[in-house]
Ligand binder design. Structure first.
Ligand SMILES: Nc1ncnc2c1ncn2[C@@H]1O[C@H](COP(=O)(O)OP(=O)(O)O)[C@@H](O)[C@H]1O
Ligand SMILES: O=C(CO)[C@@H](O)[C@H](O)COP(=O)(O)O
Length: 499
């Protein structure tokens, strides 16, 4: 039997999964990644750690593989989006990567809008200038670390750097390039207008390819270190949300995805690049050929729960922390949480807003707070569902993936709040499964991703909205939305006290 490996380079961990040609996940390895937050709004990781932990994960997976490594026919990648890796002429890393959830670049976002005008920016890139996008991070380095910028010869995104370390070849696929704000997403070329406007030499941008394209074998050194065969096809891979979409069967119009990882996203398939969301959500190239998707992003989704566990339940697992939330009534006894721990992206592109608990009283226990964190994250994602619905998409069912989909009470909450059926697949690791599917299709095991999805993806359970809870949540959602407006000015005034 043939096997395929999907590597998902997330923010909290790199996960490698081995999937058989019949779509069975036969093994998984996860290696944690450290996050550096040296200052309020800053978020960085060391690219060498990504490469090292990925290599370790692959070595473990291959060591445990009971057959000859040549049975592993393909390997591909899914990676956290936008995070900037700068390389010098010898392809050495020049500084820590500035991550997708780093919000230091508000001034650079306004600069991008001022230079181009919002309309023209949307015409070219289809996306707004938000702190997450890679171009704003480049401009920050240019301004604040000119010596580093001077030495920079090219840039990569996280999984591209890992793939470079494994194969010795430099590329970027369209689905990830779309998140840089330098790609003309319809023409699928680096935008000459964007590069010229910000004095970025076209040679700085890596060669582009399809997510499904073969890039060559792993190097001899990596083959020695991991046990991987040099016969295994390495396939380019894609942005984690694009891979999540592949790994959840979001391969035709009308399909929608919700992911709760470190970030949270709601994403809907788009057949072409012609729809106009006016920059209210992202519009990116899919990892599936010739397709797109619209996507809203909650910056601190799973991260809000992880933060809560870190501060109030250190040493306990998130699984233990969320146990029993289903016994707490909807609305957590009048408690609302807004998940703006690191600012927000959709629907409020606001780096200064911060999180709140509203309505806390002495009857509330820890479980009430946990439920309200989960509800607040879900309300935030509902705002993205609404934007996509308001642009004419009917959303009656949503596939739910990411670490958050491990908890069934949360999936029920999603159904009640989104007012849609929520589908749980056999594996909640959409990006990893999607990367394995790209590996399988890209190495020739299937004639299309659709065909591959019919073999690889199986529904485990469907959660249906409950009428009574839906009504409760409708009322609470109205109040939730007011919290942003009511706390915005207060948060601006608190800014000077942040460290
Ligand atoms: N048992 C669980 N129940 C609910 N949520 C969970 C559980 N385990 C992890 N999570 C959530 O999933 C998040 C991690 O999801 P994951 O998809 O692995 O993220 P990433 O790809 O960003 O590394 C955590 O931050 C946490 O909030
Ligand atoms: O910034 C975005 C999407 O625009 C994030 O979704 C990142 O892609 C990180 O994803 P996770 O670590 O949460 O999977």
């Amino acid at each position: 039997m043939d096997y395929f490996i999907g590597v998902d380079l997330g923010t909290s961990a790199v996960k490698a999964m081995l999937v058989s040609e019949q779509g069975e996940v036969s093994d998984e390895v996860s290696k944690p990644l450290s996050l550096m937050q040296p200052q309020n709004g800053f978020s960085e990781q060391n690219p060498e750690e990504w490469a090292e932990q990925t290599t370790r994960a692959l070595k473990e997976l291959v060591e445990r593989f009971p057959y000859d490594a040549e049975h592993i026919k393909g390997l591909s990648f899914s990676g956290q989006m936008h995070s900037l890796v700068l390389l010098d002429k010898q392809n050495n890393v020049l500084r820590n990567a500035i991550l997708w959830n780093d919000t230091r670049t508000t001034a650079q976002c306004r600069e991008i809008e001022d230079v181009l005008g919002k309309e023209r920016l949307l015409d070219i890139t289809k996306n707004p200038a938000v702190e997450g996008v890679t171009l704003s991070k480049m401009l920050w380095v240019k301004e604040h670390e000119p010596d580093t910028w001077e030495q920079a010869a090219t840039f990569l995104l996280p999984k591209d750097y890992v793939r470079y370390k494994l194969t010795g070849r430099i590329h970027m696929d369209y689905s990830d390039a779309a998140g840089t704000l330098l790609l003309d997403i319809v023409e699928r070329t680096w935008s000459r207008d964007m590069c010229e406007a910000f004095a970025i030499d076209p040679s700085f941008c890596p060669p582009l390819l399809e997510s499904t394209a073969p890039v060559g074998p792993v190097t001899e050194e990596i083959s020695q270190r991991t046990g991987l065969s040099r016969e295994t096809e390495v396939i380019a891979g894609g942005a984690d949300n694009a891979c999540g979409a592949v790994g959840s069967g979001i391969l035709q119009e009308g399909r929608t995805l919700c992911s709760v990882g470190t970030s949270g996203v709601v994403l809907s398939y788009e057949e072409d690049g012609s729809k106009d969301f006016g920059g209210s959500v992202h519009y990116f190239n899919h990892a599936a050929p010739d397709a797109y998707y619209a996507m809203g992003v909650t910056l601190s989704a799973g991260n809000s729960l992880r933060w809560f566990q870190d501060v109030f339940a250190p040493g306990e697992s998130i699984g233990d922390l969320v146990e029993g939330v289903e016994d707490i009534p909807s609305g957590a006894g009048g408690l609302l949480f807004t998940p703006y721990l690191d600012g927000e992206r959709t629907p409020h592109a606001d780096a200064d807003i911060r999180a709140s608990f509203i309505g806390m009283d002495s009857s509330h226990g820890r479980k009430d707070l946990v439920r309200s964190v989960m509800e607040g994250i879900t309300f935030s994602l509902k705002e993205s569902v609404d934007i996509i619905r308001n642009h004419g998409r009917e959303i009656s069912s949503i596939v739910s993936i990411g670490g958050g989909a491990k908890n069934e009470a949360w999936l029920q909450m999603q159904a009640d709040i989104f007012e849609a059926d929520v589908i749980k697949l056999k594996s909640e690791q959409g990006p990893g499964v999607g990367a394995a599917m790209l590996a399988a299709y890209g190495s020739g095991a299937f004639s299309s991703l659709q065909e591959c999805s019919e073999v690889f993806l199986q529904v485990d359970r469907v959660f249906y909205p409950d009428e009574e809870r839906r009504e409760t949540y409708r009322a609470l959602y109205g109040l939730y939305k007011e919290v942003y407006e009511q706390t915005k000015a207060l948060n601006s005034r608190l800014q000077e006290f942040r460290t």
